[in-house]
Design a protein around this ligand. Structure first.
Ligand SMILES: [Zn+2]
Ligand SMILES: [Zn+2]
Length: 373
């Protein structure tokens, strides 16, 4: 033993409190831990020394004995409290729990083989036209996802010889640490508990076992699909890690704006421009339908602006495959922007018949032109 001065070993004053001792020990234990100093004999012996120092200074009774009689006094059991035998380790165990977590989170990645894990779910937006939503559509989806590396079949290793038994745990996946009087069994930090390590990583994926790939799959979007509907392609997401199952692919359907129709659930809404005289006299109008072509509708005499006519079964199909919604034709009255002299004459006459007083159109036109500039 190089030094028997436990205080100097931990670098704390003789009157140091329990917390100060604990914190000093933790720093040193992390620094000299064998896991981080492989093959370094000096670090190993320092680690043993600081453990011994901490075992004594962290125990109130043993620290008293040590302060009075030195290390020799402890060995002789001079304190009369059973010496080392009376050492209770609950507190120490707690502390090492933390310590190991620390070590594993820092040292466990990279070199070892991570455990199997499910691949990530992916989301994709597919934009389709209203016509495609009406008929249903098969769509190629191109996207990037992580796939199992073809070169190594997901093992991450170069060929069969690229994997070897983990030298740290000798293939068991677990390691034992003894700290003073305690032995702790933990998942091996070298191999992540797998018992194997990659000695030669796959060249194609660098040992990850997975690679980003451009994927192309065909999906079937059912007729009648609604805006925002989400389709799930089971297993279509990222490949799992180390044989873990693949994530899912979620495809959200977006409908492109349509020049003629608005959608209202299973119904379609079409705005139909109707000339003033046609609305007054009645007649026929032609309206487009989603499957292509046009249908005739009857405009009754005296049709008002905003009136809605319902064309049965010319809307969207139900996603359940039963029946169709309706086409709702909303009347938008069209008032002529400009009148020919003859039309003005006739409108004037209509107005007089209806009892309206009509001012001279020429005079009025001039007046408004002035106002409007
Ligand atoms: Zn590979
Ligand atoms: Zn191992």
């Amino acid at each position: 033993m190089a030094s028997n001065d436990y205080y100097r070993l931990l670098g704390v004053p003789r009157n140091a409190g329990a917390d100060e001792i604990k914190s000093a020990y933790r720093k040193l234990a992390l620094k000299y831990h064998p896991d981080r100093n492989q093959g370094n004999k000096e670090a190993e012996s320092t680690f043993k020394e600081i453990n011994e120092a901490y075992e004594v200074l962290s125990d109130v009774q043993k620290r008293q004995v040590y302060d009075q009689f030195g290390a020799e006094g402890l060995k002789a059991g001079a304190g009369g409290h059973g010496g080392f035998g009376g050492f209770q380790g609950a507190d120490l165990g707690d502390m090492f729990g933390d310590l190991f977590e620390n070590l594993f989170s820092q040292g466990g990645g990279g070199r070892g083989r991570p455990r199997s894990r499910r691949g990530a779910d992916l989301k994709y937006e597919a934009e389709i036209t209203l016509e495609e939503a009406f008929t249903g559509v098969k769509l190629p989806i191109n996207f990037e996802r992580t796939e199992v590396c073809q070169e190594c079949d997901g093992t991450g290793a170069r060929g069969k010889t690229g994997i070897k038994k983990c030298p740290t745990c000798r293939g068991s996946g677990r390691v034992q640490y003894s700290q003073g009087f305690f032995a702790f069994s933990q998942a091996c930090p070298e191999c992540g508990g797998q018992g194997e390590v990659i000695s030669a990583p796959c060249k194609a994926c660098g040992g990850a076992g997975r690679q980003k790939k451009n994927a192309s799959i065909n999906i079937k979007i059912p007729a009648g699909v609604e805006e925002g509907a989400v389709l799930r392609v089971s297993g279509g997401g990222d490949a799992g890690l180390r044989g873990g199952e693949s994530g899912d692919l979620y495809i959200q359907v977006r409908l492109k704006h349509h020049p003629h129709f608005e959608r209202d659930g299973r119904d379609l809404v079409y705005e139909c421009q109707v000339a003033l005289w046609q609305a007054a006299l009645g007649g026929e109008a032609e309206v487009p339908v989603i499957e292509g072509g046009r249908v005739k509708i009857l405009i009754p005499e005296g049709t008002q602006h905003g009136k809605v006519f319902r064309v049965h079964e010319k809307g969207m199909p139900s996603p359940a495959g039963k029946g169709r919604g309706d086409l709702l034709v909303r009347v938008k009255l069209e008032v002529p922007h400009e009148l020919t002299p003859r039309q003005r004459e006739l409108f004037g006459e209509l107005a007089r018949i209806a009892g309206h007083e009509v001012s001279s159109p020429e005079k009025e036109k001039g007046f408004f032109k002035k106002i409007l500039g």
